[in-house]
Design a protein around this ligand. Structure first.
Ligand code: PLP
Length: 423
């Protein structure tokens, strides 16, 4: 079950072996003969040869996340950005098109709208609250995937995963869901029809702001062979990898991740350090306990802010009356997450003054870790966006993003109170 898998998933020591996931801090692995090594390169035998491609510590922690999400295969990457990039570039190239929710993390938006556009991949951004007709209208014959975030950062919009999955599947493409804020404790997108899940493990999965990292998990459900013409990279021989056809050799459960490792990790090298993966695995052990407290603290703080005269609006999907309350009840019944967005009456200047007055919560370009932190996205993570793009991303100029940590909620409320008094 879930709590047990957080502790034991991906690693069961044999007699006399380390109790914790071992840190295999080695770039290389020794073999007796060149023939043994050759079989690994041909993917004919399983084993490790160079950490840029695979490392046992990384794989054990990937297997833990795979189990938590209910997938068939998973990989770790050096950052969430790398995970977002790989998840799409693994099935799309120049001349292709992707449909994405507009309310995604600012860094992901920039990756898609600027950098990947420069690589010849075009993105159409749609409001995730749009009708099914509007969503369907965004697809083109060369569309290769649909992308969204379970809980959008920082707009905190909850994705209607079933609606998105229906649209993706009716156009013969996979739905990729960034499940960073929800974590598999809160929502398992595969159970609602998503095909691939990505994570910035830097956030709640690690949980202690110790290591930047990413993960991709495959549900194994998307039938690449049914749409073989659309996904030749998975369904025809890969000349850069000994003529392997990934779906034939590894089946639907393994093709997507094996290709991402064999091609993209080989060529881009976005490999996490084994030490970072160890920290991630350690963090996951307490994920359920932490998420429960994050959600409880955030709900109390959202209620406090909601009744404060100097707060003009509050967005928290766990708050009754919130625009996303019903969707959160469906997809995130245990609680959405620990992040609360709100506006300070008086706009941008008031928001900045309020933030400067906080003593316990720190101003940090981070979110979703044990210690409470606060950010003004319009002047930080989303500052590359113009006003129209900010509006589409659900980020108003007065938006303050509070990532509620694991401190005593009363201490946090005292801190907010004193900072608001001076605004
Ligand atoms: N996805 C989401 C939802 C995020 O919040 C972030 C970072 O904040 C990322 C992806 C990128 O992850 P990383 O910072 O680990 O590269």
């Amino acid at each position: 079950m879930f709590n047990t898998d957080c502790l034991h998933g991906g690693y069961r020591p044999e007699n006399g072996e380390p109790r914790n996931i071992p840190i295999i801090q080695s770039t290389t692995f020794r073999y007796e003969t060149s023939e043994d090594m050759g079989k690994l390169f041909d993917l004919e035998a399983e084993g490790y040869f160079y950490t840029r491609l695979q490392n046992p510590t990384n794989d054990m922690v990937a297997a833990r996340i795979c189990k938590l999400e209910g997938g068939t295969a998973a990989m770790l990457l050096s950052s969430g950005q790398a995970a977002s990039f790989f998840s799409i570039f693994n099935i799309a190239s120049a001349g292709d098109h992707i449909v994405s929710s507009s309310t995604i993390y600012g860094g992901t938006y920039n990756l898609f709208a600027v950098t990947m556009k420069r690589m010849g991949i075009e993105f159409t951004f749609i409001d995730p609250d749009c009708t099914e007709e509007e969503l369907n209208a965004a697809f083109r014959p060369n569309t290769k995937a649909l992308f969204g975030e379970t809980i959008a950062n920082p707009a905190l919009a909850v994705l209607d995963i079933e609606k998105f999955a229906r649209a993706a599947h009716s156009h013969g493409v996979p739905l990729i869901v960034d499940n960073t804020f929800a974590t598999p404790w809160g929502c398992r997108p595969f159970e609602w029809g998503a095909d691939i899940v990505t994570h910035s493990t830097t956030k709640y999965l690690d949980g202690h702001a110790a290591a930047v990292g990413g993960a991709i998990v495959d549900s194994g459900k998307f039938d690449w062979d049914k749409y073989a013409d659309k996904y030749p990279g998975l369904t025809t021989p890969d000349e850069s990898y000994h003529g392997i056809t990934y779906t034939k050799r590894f089946g639907l459960g393994g093709a997507y991740i094996t290709k991402a490792v064999a091609q993209l990790m080989r060529d881009f090298g976005s490999t996490p350090a084994p030490m970072n993966s160890f920290l991630l695995g350690l963090g996951i052990e307490t994920l359920p306990l932490r998420m429960e407290r994050h959600c409880e603290n955030a709900r109390r703080i959202a209620e406090y802010l909601n009744s404060h005269p100097k707060i003009s609006w509050v967005r928290y999907a766990g708050l009754e009356g919130d625009k996303y309350y019903e969707l959160a009840k469906k997809y995130l019944p245990k609680g959405p997450c620990g992040v609360v967005s709100f506006g300070v009456a008086g706009g941008r200047a008031a928001a900045e003054k309020f933030m400067a007055g906080l003593k316990l919560a720190s101003i940090a370009t981070h979110v979703a870790d044990a210690k409470t932190c606060v950010l003004h996205p319009a002047s930080a993570t989303h500052r590359q966006m113009n006003d129209a793009e900010l509006e589409a991303a659900g980020v108003s100029a007065d938006l303050v993003r509070l990532s509620v940590g694991l401190e005593d909620a009363d201490d946090l409320i005292t801190d907010l109170e004193q900072a608001l008094e001076n605004v």
